[in-house]
Structures are given as C-alpha cells and as structure tokens.
Design a protein around this ligand. Structure first.
Ligand code: PLP
Length: 388
C-alpha cells in the first residue's frame, strides 16, 4: 500500500539533495571548525556559507544567526537569554496561550525562577489581539514572545503590528517562526523582531539543527557555556553536517517558496472544502484566510481524534491529532482549548499538514477514506448516542 504522508508540520523528509550536500562533512571534511589547519577551516567555511543562506532567507545578517540544536533550543535561548540578561530592568514577560511547548514550558520555568508571565488569550480563530499586548505591557516588561504561525491550527499571527508596539515601548520581541520560515515570506525587519527561532527539519533539512536570529545589539545571556563557538554565544563543537544540510535546505525552499505556497494553498482548500461537504458536524479550526498554506485542522464531533488517526494509519495515511509532541498525551490540545473549543471538540481534532510531495490524488484519497472512517466510528460512538 502506498503511504500518504500528511504530517509535514511534525517533520519533513530530508530532501535528497540536502543529504548529498551533508555527506562529505561526515567523512572527507570531518575537521573541527575551530582547528586552524585546512581541514578545520574548510568545515568552518561551510558553516559560514550556510549561515549566509539562513540569514538571507529571513533578511538578516550572517553575524546575527546562531546555530542551535533545533527550534526548542532556539526558543529556550531567546526566553532564558533575555530574561537572565535583563533582570535588572524588569521581570515581566508577555506571551500567548497558544505557543509551542518550547515557549510555554520555558515560560513556566521562568515563573518558578521569579519572573511573572502574562499568557495572552486568543479569539475563536486563534488570533492574538495586538491591543491586548499593548494593555499587558508594564514598566517591568522585558520581553514579548508571540509565535509567527501556530503549529497545530495554522493561524498566522499579526506579528508586524505587535512588532510596532514592542518597538515603541522599547521591549525585546521574539517570534517562533519554526512553522513559517521557508514556507511563507519571513523578514525580520518587516516583522520588527529582535529574536526569531527556526528549525531545519520543518523545511526538508535534517533533524537536530536550528537557528536563533539575534538582532545586533540585543542583550542576552548565553544558554550554553563552554568554548567560544558562535561568537561566544553558543558553546559546543558545531554540528557541521547538520548546519550544511540546513543551509542547503534553505537554498532549495527559497527557490520554490512562492510557487509551492500557491500549490499547497490550492490543495489545502480542496481538502477543506471536501471535508466540509462530505462530513457533517465537522468544523475548520483556525483562521479561514490568515493561515499557513499547508495546514488543515478540523474537529469532528462524536469521534476521538486518536481513533481517526489509527484508522487512517490502517489505510496508509499519516496525520496527527494535534502537535506531534502532544499527540502521545491524552490531554486535549491547549491551543484548541484556548480558542474556546469544548473538550470533546478538542479531542476530536485532526491536523493535516501538506508538503513538497503531496499530490492531488492523495487529497482525493483522504476525501474518499475519511468519511467512511467517521461513519464507522460514529456508528459505535457513545458520544453520538448520548447526543441523540
Ligand atoms: N516551535 C514550533 C512552532 C514547532 O512547531 C516546533 C516543532 O514541532 C518547535 C518549536 C520545536 O522545534 P524542534 O523540533 O526543532 O526542537
């Protein structure tokens, strides 16, 4: 049976050209980039090449990019780095209630360390209101962190508007762009951010490598202590093959981004329309327009998301109930709850995320298979019986 992979927001397959670009850095060019002889310097040159590509993707300068072990580390670095470096100015952080766990859990950690965190609410579409950001600012606020687009329901947040507010109030502004960089235009100056997180494995690069953009002049405490790598901002011998792969992946997505976003948005709309037509008591979660071109998130009443995922898996179709990290937990998604969904609706959610190798036939197959699965599950559902 041909597998249909519709979970690109969880991770993407590494592009074959990316693997090819990485291979020499495991074998021939294995030197430590800190070594001054040519083996080392060749590796260093490759890192700098990748840095320039990553910077170019987001309109930054090379020296403003610090490579990390992924999006999670970039988020941790941004929040803890700003918090600990600016404690003397204040102890208040503003974030949203729909952030990725990498931001939410770091915020909770900082609360335990004596910082105060405001978790802003969102509306029914998952949008943060910039006015709420403005109202939450106090003279103790040192950081605002709001994600560019949500990984579960795909809503794109008004980052430029929030950036203007942050700039006027002279408060550092961080955005988690893990789901947007390489998929839709991301420009640090247009967004008005001081810090921005990225991850390679969401854009056809390898896992375990990411980056934090740090605007020149931003005061933050290093997160990793040790050697002097990454201009003393992140100790540890660099993941050379990973960084090279990240650079290659960025180069490839950049070439195709606008075409690919259009293609995916068309498929996304076909899938959404088809699901709404063929399955009753189904609603689209997230904003109908301000959303990622590859994300469809729906709640299906009277069925469990997990049951749908397992039944789709038996048909060779991979989707997710929420974000990859929460899909192994039985807690309903904090994102959907924050948008006002009832627990049952949040439990009955499915996330489809489309990508480079998604084809129209695959969407048609989902539209053929899922209504049958839902009908079968509803026929056995105690939830439906109690509704009637
Ligand atoms: N932030 C967002 C919005 C994400 O979707 C993810 C991954 O799911 C992360 C952060 C974490 O990235 P990584 O898996 O590279 O640590």
């Amino acid at each position: 049976m041909k597998q249909i992979y519709l979970d690109y927001a969880a991770t993407t397959p590494t592009h074959p050209d990316v693997v090819k670009a990485m291979l020499p850095y495991f074998t021939n060019v294995f030197g430590n980039p800190s070594s001054i002889y040519s083996y080392g310097q060749e590796a260093k040159g490759a890192i700098e090449g990748a840095r320039a590509k990553v910077a170019d993707l987001i309109g930054a300068r090379g020296e403003e990019i610090v490579f990390t072990s992924g999006g999670t580390e970039a988020d941790n670095f941004a929040l803890k780095g700003i918090a600990f470096a600016n404690e003397n100015k204040g102890n208040h952080i503003i974030t949203s209630s729909i952030e990725h766990h990498a931001v939410i859990e770091t915020s909770k950690f900082l609360e335990r360390k004596g910082f105060r965190v405001t978790y802003l609410p969102v509306d029914e579409y998952g949008l943060v209101d910039p006015d709420d950001v403005k109202k939450a600012i106090t003279d103790k606020t040192i950081l605002i962190s709001v994600m560019h687009a949500n990984n579960e329901m795909g809503t794109i947040e008004p980052i430029t508007e929030i950036g203007e507010i942050a700039k006027e109030a002279e408060i550092y502004f961080h955005t988690d762009a893990v789901q947007t960089a390489g998929h839709i235009p991301v420009d640090v100056n247009e967004l008005g951010v001081n810090l921005l997180s990225m991850s390679a494995h969401k854009l056809y690069g390898p896992k375990g490598v990411g980056a934090l953009y740090i605007r020149k002049g931003t005061k933050l405490t290093p997160f990793m202590h040790g050697g002097e790598q990454e201009r003393r901002r992140r100790a540890s011998t660099e993941n050379v093959p990973g960084i090279v792969g990240f650079g290659k992946a960025v180069e490839l997505v950049q070439q195709e981004m606008s075409q690919e976003a259009k293609r995916l948005a068309y498929l996304r709309d076909q899938l959404t329309k088809g699901l709404l037509e063929r399955i009753d008591h189904l609603r689209l979660n997230g904003h109908p327009i301000m959303r990622l071109p590859n994300n469809v998130n729906v709640s299906v009443d009277f069925v469990e998301g997990e049951s749908m995922v397992l039944n789709l898996d038996l048909e060779g179709i991979c989707v997710s109930t929420g974000s990859a990290c929460s899909s192994s937990s039985l807690e309903p998604s904090h994102v959907l709850l924050a948008m006002g969904l009832a627990h049952e609706q949040a439990h009955g959610s499915l996330r489809f995320s489309l990508g480079k190798w998604t084809r129209e036939e695959e969407i048609e197959r989902v539209l053929d298979v899922l209504p049958r699965i839902v009908a079968k599950l509803r026929a056995m559902s105690p939830l439906l019986k109690s509704h009637r």
